[in-house]
Design a protein around this ligand. Sequence first.
Ligand code: NAD
Length: 476
Amino acid sequence: MTLPTNIQQDNFSEIRASLKKTFASGKTKAIPWRQQQLLQLARLAQENAEALAESIHRDMGKPHLEIYLAEIGPIVQRSIICAKNVAKWAEDDDKSAEVDDWMKSWQPKIRKEPKGVALIISPWNYPLILSLQPLYGAIAAGCCAVIKTSEIAPHYSSLLAQLLPKYLDTDAYRVVEGAVPEITRLLELQWDHIFYTGNAHIARIISAAAARHLTPLTLELGGKSPVILDPEADIDLAAKRILYGKSQNAGQLCVCPDYVLCPKSVLEAFKQSLVEHAKAFWPEGSLKSASFGRIISDLHYSRLSSMLQDTSAQVIYGGSKDFEGTVDPAKRKRGLELTILELDKEHWDDDTLMKGELFGPFLPILPVDDVDEAIRFVNSKSHALVLYAFTRNEETKNKILQSTYSGNAVFNDTFQQLACGELPFGGVGESGHGRQILKYSFDIFTYERSVVDFPNEGEKSNDIRYAPYTDEKFKV
Ligand code: NAD
């Protein structure tokens, strides 16, 4: 990855220093300024929608419709919602502190203060929303920010680096492109908040770097999000919705349903429905379909291909590959078919498909005796980003919620929960910590500053606290 000529590694500390200076000037704190920048961000996404979609399509073969629905549309809409609400969100809060009457004259209140200059580190898989969603949070909060885009989505990254200065104030917001050497240098600097989206392995490097400066950190990670199927669910509809979730961006999605725990009593019906819906979604097969994405890089393609080769699971549908190499790796087509597999219980713990997050278009089905066995299996693994369950039974829903942990829990659909921007999104344990989207994104970059203002009057009642600590004072 070559750096754009305008950004040299040596400049990183200068960039940070200039953003610190802007922040110190107070410019980014003014509400009208924040609103104007938020609307400019919406404009950036809207006026360049086609070019942005094409850049992402070139990076990973993602269908344009998926990019509009999951990335560009939400960024335009949410930036505007933030512009409308930021004045309310940023208001001083003098109501939450319910103090005793004798303290009321102190006028206790909570100010919503911007943290300062943030570093936003984003991944390749939904490169637009995952870089600009934290950015609208930072703008709304009144922070400055450096956005470090992913080197694995170079077309998007370079387009954003060109567009951002045309729309946003570069005194406050900058894009830095680059890979490990650049991010390593950036992480040596002190930031007021680091927002990282990506895998849990790198999250440990980011956490260690943040710890050196005691920098607050948001970690938006992934992992294996399981699906529990209740035999009483609408099995055919469940199959259709699970397949939809699994196929978005060819399975390269943090909230992707990773595997399905399916009761044996409905196993055949479920498999049949999956295959029928797959044939309806991609009549010519997913590899030939323009409605199905491609694999991001040679590395991920070979990782996923090895899985297909090494798994002991039985392929029920799919399993084909299609690799068109060119000299330019960015132009290669790496196709992996949506593949449905059934995995015997004896291999649940050692099969390659179950070792880590799949992050590809494979759907393993694990036949279980019942929902209780499914819950026990889920609880034997790290806390998931999302737990999906398909059931119409309220008791089963409660049992699942009460006996499991996950960042989010979704009944009867997959992926679509992210459209609900008013709910906080984030992980727990290995799937991360911190909550984002709309007001929650504002909150990430804001800290609550407690303020009290003691009146000069009533000094007599303070006598007890001043030395000398006489015996009379102990008697009061
Ligand atoms: P990636 O490879 O693009 O890496 C993410 C960022 O980390 C990039 O900006 C990259 O430059 C940086 N990075 C890479 N190596 C580094 C190093 N050694 N030191 C410091 N920084 C480094 O993306 P990825 O990690 O492959 O992204 C996929 C993962 O992200 C999956 O696990 C997925 O579940 C997760 N994810 C989570 C969310 C969420 O919102 N929770 C969203 C999308 C993806």
